[in-house]
Design a protein around this ligand. Structure first.
Ligand SMILES: NC(=O)c1ccc[n+]([C@@H]2O[C@H](COP(=O)([O-])OP(=O)(O)OC[C@H]3O[C@@H](n4cnc5c(N)ncnc54)[C@H](OP(=O)(O)O)[C@@H]3O)[C@@H](O)[C@H]2O)c1
Length: 287
């Protein structure tokens, strides 16, 4: 069994180290500029220890996960000495394996395994990593090794090339990171009618859970609901009046999302071509 090392003991490094150790992988050590984070992770993984130098960890491990912030991956790996028999892996969605060009030039195997999941904190990351879909960018034999890691974590695998990575990550941002933004915008609107953001958030959690359930159980194009699906032009006009009065800065976002929803309604079959044209004209109208 390959010996694993982790440079970077944030939520992602922690989630991989703890879950892989629980599944029989040998995690030998951790290095982090934040000693407290490294100590905490080593305390959670029996048989591992904290290293004072990243290079010593490279010597002790076969596969080194560089789970630092994205901008540090190439810098951290580029400052280390590698050789054949060693492997460098990162978990970034947007960064390609070319961040490890210097390690590869020295004979190391290189790869990336990105969990398609959102990690808000350490404990939540440990709980949420298993079952994610993992995007793997690697040549053989690392492709097989990282596929094994994904399978051990109970996840599906998608294989990407370097060219795919930025678009793949932009898509994940739209689906998840910007979903947080949309909820932030929506919950702020409640303040205009005298309610708190906390009340709004409490109301939206079951709404969002129901939405996710509909995506999972019904899928596209059948799952979406809302006034555009029904062709409710008058309702959209009322939204415009309210937003123009209370949150005019939100109108461009509302219009862009509304326009992008029209083809979904047409695909679902609940929105007629006539109502779609009316809605399009309304949503494209400049104020
Ligand atoms: N968070 C997510 O939702 C998510 C999801 C999928 C993939 N990822 C990817 O997973 C990777 C790690 O993400 P994360 O959220 O765990 O990052 P993070 O919260 O920033 O944690 C990274 C850890 O690395 C440490 N570090 C920074 N510079 C270092 C260096 N030069 N040498 C050693 N350690 C260093 C940091 O210490 P300090 O705190 O002192 O800076 C921190 O403890 C990134 O590539 C990210 O894109 C993240």
């Amino acid at each position: 069994m390959a010996r694993l090392g982790f440079i970077g003991a944030g939520p992602v490094g922690t989630a991989f180290a703890v879950n892989l150790a629980q599944r029989g992988y040998q995690v030998v050590g951790i290095f982090d500029v934040n000693r407290e984070a490294a100590d905490r992770l080593a305390g959670d993984v029996a048989g591992s220890r904290v290293f004072d130098q990243a290079q010593a960890l490279v010597e002790a491990a076969d596969i080194v996960f560089v789970t630092t912030p994205d901008d540090m991956i190439a810098k951290v790996a580029g400052a280390l000495t590698w050789r054949a028999g060693k492997a460098a892996v990162h978990c970034s969605g947007a960064t390609t394996v070319h961040a490890f060009d210097s390690a590869a030039a020295q004979g190391a195997a290189v790869g990336a395994i990105h969990p398609c999941q959102s990690f808000a904190g350490r404990d939540q990351a440990i709980a949420n990593l298993p079952g994610a879909t993992f995007a793997v960018e690697a040549e053989e034999p690392m492709r097989t090794t990282l596929t094994g890691v994904a399978k051990a974590l109970g996840g599906d695998v998608v294989y990407l090339t370097s060219d795919d990575k930025a678009l793949y990550h932009a898509a994940a941002c739209i689906a998840a990171a910007y979903a947080y933004t949309l909820v932030d915008v929506a919950t702020d609107l409640w303040k205009s009618f005298g309610k708190t953001k906390a009340e709004a958030t409490k109301a939206y959690v079951p709404l969002l859970q129901g939405t996710v359930n509909n995506i999972a159980s019904v899928g596209f194009p059948g799952c979406p609901s809302g006034p555009i699906m029904r062709g409710d032009v008058k309702t959209i006009e009322r939204h415009f009046v309210a937003l123009r009065k209370h949150a005019p800065d939100v109108l461009p976002l509302y219009k862009a999302l509304g326009l992008r929803t029209i083809p979904v309604g047409l695909a679902k079959g609940t929105l007629s071509e006539g109502k779609a044209a009316e809605l399009k004209a309304l949503l494209e109208r400049t104020e």
